[in-house]
Design a protein around this ligand. Structure first.
Ligand code: G6P
Length: 588
């Protein structure tokens, strides 16, 4: 959600900002804008629409100036209008601001500011920040001090970039419970919600801590703590490269990322044994244990729970992050919470972690974005090592999560080594060959209003993930559930020709799942089997290679991801940026 890109350089910045905006597009947004300073004045261009559309209309990249900031807005307070797009300037246009987050006390603040003569031009919560900092700047005449004083009045979450009309050499950043990262370049410094925004210019980053304020000039970065004391922090190098964020020869990022999985299941499997053991020890010793996550990551958490319950005989619950608070009665000193998150910035996950820590629990996380808030606030972290994921719908991060979760469970079980990743990678590559067959299925079923996905046991979360993927990308109604549940309600919805995907690997649950497939066929469903063994009950059959049972969800996910992707394309949706969704959901 809301993307921030700021740059102070020894050259014009508008083109650099536009490129950065394109790189944070995946976060999800409805409007964009840019402000630069030139000749002692702000130039602001902003409007509703995609980056390319607004650029075509308003030529943001023509804004002159060596310092500027750009923003992609995901509307929360105030409708989707040109006026509500960021940046927002104070009434005297002495201060401009872009912001990601929610200012919870903006109503009383706005009232107080209005009564002091401030005039508001938007309906956003963000605009109060510009007016407050304008007042503080008038009083303190120092950008850092004014921002520190201004932010102390705010309740809620924020990551922001602030510019001062009479200080074109300086940009200020501030954050609380929302991501803000500094990029340290040569002759140009960056502020962004995400390293991807500046990765083409520098790989040296500084992650800001909560309540810190940063001052950027073209050749210097200074960080200040909440009391204004300067903090020294060296930049760290990020492993991601510019080529990681290009589409290569693929039509969409999502397709590229699906196809990267033979590689990413291998890179995810390379973990530091000491870190794995620390993770496993915490799980073994936990007085109470929860796994928490949102969206696709939650499904990976369900898979981990299954193996911990069944194989390690450890009692654990997987709870969606937005609901963990309701289980706080079971959290205390000695509890452990395992959090899964691709971005490491999901607000629901961060809230859950905060709640867990409040009760004395330790937090261990499985994260893709190194340096993300979750990674930094955890007692132990395992990284997914699958490279940046740009497509809004998680694909390669899910299979990487399943790999890492399996490594942790194996460590809990006392297995010193987990083997078979080379074979897994080959099996994923083999499974990707079903692409043509999936396109045929899409051709046959693209006009169906509903899809169902069913499975038993360890595969049940995969059925849920298949349904989620299809909903996200194709906007077709889909449900995923344990096959045993069908007869308790959903069977009533099955009609002639209703497509039902049945995940059914060989093993102890195979026969029962086949019976459910029979029940479905008897009611007219078109059963699409995904398995390593064919059966005549399936009207369509997608063969996946036989792999170790713990890896089966990984290969089974591939046809489901391709189904969602090709369905999206067939319906002329944009698979990379599905409507109403954001990659990184940084509001509750
Ligand atoms: C959003 C995305 C989902 C993702 C979920 C959790 O809703 O659209 O694809 O699964 O957030 O994200 P996380 O970064 O915490 O894994």
């Amino acid at each position: 959600m809301c993307g921030i890109v700021g740059c102070v350089a020894e050259e014009p910045v508008a083109e650099i900002l536009l490129e950065g905006l394109k790189r944070v597009e995946y976060r999800g947004y409805d409007s964009v804008g840019m402000a630069t300073i030139s000749g002692g004045k702000f130039g602001v261009r902003k409007g509703v629409g995609r980056v390319a559309e607004v650029e075509e209309r308003l030529q943001m990249s023509r804004l002159p100036g060596d310092a500027g900031m750009a923003h992609s807005r995901w509307a929360t307070h105030g409708g989707v209008t040109d006026q509500n797009a960021h940046p927002h300037a104070s009434c005297r246009e002495s201060v401009a601001v872009i912001h990601n987050g929610i200012i919870e006390n903006y109503v009383p603040l706005k009232k107080a500011l209005s009564s002091r003569g401030h005039r508001f031009r938007s309906e956003t919560d963000t605009e109060v920040i510009a007016h407050i900092i304008e007042d503080e700047y008038k009083r303190l005449r120092d950008p850092v001090k004014a921002t520190l004083a201004g932010t102390k009045k705010l309740k809620g979450q924020y990551a922001m970039a602030v510019m001062f009309q009479d200080r074109p050499d300086v940009m200020i950043g501030a954050r609380k419970d929302a991501p803000l990262i500094v990029g340290v370049g040569d002759g140009k410094m960056f502020l962004a919600s995400d390293v991807l925004a500046f990765i083409g210019h520098t790989d040296r980053t500084i992650f800001l801590d909560n309540l810190e304020v940063v001052e950027l000039t073209k050749d210097r970065v200074r960080i200040f703590g909440p009391q204004g004391k300067e903090v020294r922090r060296k930049p760290t190098q990020v492993a991601w490269e510019l080529s990681d964020v290009s589409k290569s020869d693929f039509a969409h990022y999502t397709l590229k990322e699906i196809n990267e999985q033979p590689k990413t299941v291998l890179t995810a499997s390379v973990q530091d044994p000491a870190k794995l053991e620390a993770f496993a020890k915490a799980i073994r010793k936990a007085k109470s244990l929860y796994i928490t996550a949102s969206g696709t990551s939650y499904h990976a958490g369900l898979l981990m729970k299954f193996r911990l319950n069944k194989e390690a005989k450890i009692r654990v619950d997987t709870v969606v992050a937005g609901e963990l608070k309701e289980h706080a009665g079971f959290l205390g000193k000695g509890s452990v919470v395992v959090a899964f998150s691709q971005s490491g910035e999901t607000a629901d996950v961060m809230e859950a972690v905060k709640e867990a820590k409040k009760h004395g629990a330790r937090v261990f996380s499985i994260v893709n974005a190194a340096g993300s808030t979750l990674a930094r606030e955890s007692d132990g972290v395992l990284l997914l090592n699958c490279g940046p994921e740009v497509g809004v719908a998680a694909t390669k991060s899910f299979t990487a999560q399943v790999v890492v979760a399996n490594l942790v469970v194996d460590a809990v079980l006392g297995k010193r080594r987990s083997n078979g990743f080379k074979e897994l990678s080959e099996a994923v590559a083999e499974t990707l060959k079903c692409d043509e067959q999936i396109r045929d299925l899409v051709y046959e079923y693209s006009s169906r209003p509903d899809f169902y996905f069913v499975a038993r046991g360890y595969e049940s979360p995969v059925a849920m993930e298949g349904a989620l993927k299809l909903k996200e990308l194709s906007y077709i109604h889909a449900e995923g559930m344990p096959a045993s549940e069908l007869k308790h309600g959903t069977l009533a919805l099955i009609e002639k020709g209703t497509p039902v995907v049945v995940l059914n690997p060989s093993g102890s649950l195979h026969a029962d799942t086949l019976s459910n497939a029979e029940e479905l066929r008897a009611r007219g469903a078109d059963v699409i089997g995904v398995s390593d063994v064919k059966d005549e009950v399936y009207r369509h059959f997608v063969r996946v290679p036989k792999v170790q049972p713990k890896f089966a969800p990984i290969v089974e996910s591939i046809p489901l991801q391709l189904l969602a992707y090709h369905m999206s394309v067939a319906k002329r949706n944009d698979p990379d940026y599905p409507r109403n969704l954001a990659k990184s959901v940084t509001v509750k």
